[in-house]
Design a protein around this ligand. Structure first.
Ligand code: AR6
Length: 168
């Protein structure tokens, strides 16, 4: 089951929200900044522990932490690709970011999960193409999933919301 919402992902009452992080896991701007601000220090503490253990999170992969003060119990931090013209494997790396987030959700018995529009802000991935990849990857995953039941795409900007309305 797929849903679409316009708004702020930090407010979502779901089992997990996904963060569009960077490989350092130390926080940043955009949705990453909003999640760390709203979720508090517990999230950053766990990110630091993961960093110390495995040296960050490569592009296309995902890690999981507490949701801290958020309504969501967990935050899944994934790293989308920086758009670099389209010949640097950006499309498959974006699909991997969604897939690996969903695999981690499955491993943690997460039933409901909300995604932001990964890579479409500071990382400049073209929004239409990103939405097509996101929706297809999630649909394919849900069709074969018996743990994750609901995926909510949370669009912060109007342009992405309109694109997702058409793509879904
Ligand atoms: N809720 C939902 N979506 C949001 C929110 C929010 N509160 N705030 C922004 N967005 P971006 P990226 C949307 O730039 O492109 C960070 O510095 C925004 O409208 O957050 O993957 C990280 O540390 C856009 O559609 O992430 C990385 O360094 C989408 O979130 C880098 O940015 C993603 O925009 C990652 O860049």
């Amino acid at each position: 089951m797929i849903e679409l919402q316009r708004g702020d992902i930090t407010k979502m009452e779901v089992d997990a929200i996904v963060n569009a992080a960077n490989s350092s896991l130390l926080g940043g701007g955009g949705v990453d900044g909003a999640i760390h601000r709203a979720g508090g220090k517990a999230i950053l503490d766990e990110c630091m522990a993961i960093r110390n253990r495995q040296g960050g999170c490569p592009t296309g992969e995902a890690v999981i932490t507490t949701g801290g003060n958020l309504p969501a119990r967990y935050v899944i931090h994934t790293v989308g690709p920086v758009w670099n013209g389209g010949n640097k494997n950006e499309e498959s790396l974006l699909a991997s970011a969604y897939q690996n987030s969903l695999k981690l959700a499955t491993a943690n018995q997460i039933k409901t999960i909300a995604f932001p529009n990964i890579s479409t802000g500071i990382y400049h991935f073209p929004k239409q193409k990103a939405a097509e990849i996101a929706v297809k990857t999630v649909k394919d995953f849900l069709a074969a999933s018996d743990v994750v039941e609901k995926v909510i795409f949370v669009c912060y900007d109007e342009e992405n919301f309109k694109i997702y309305e058409r793509v879904i």
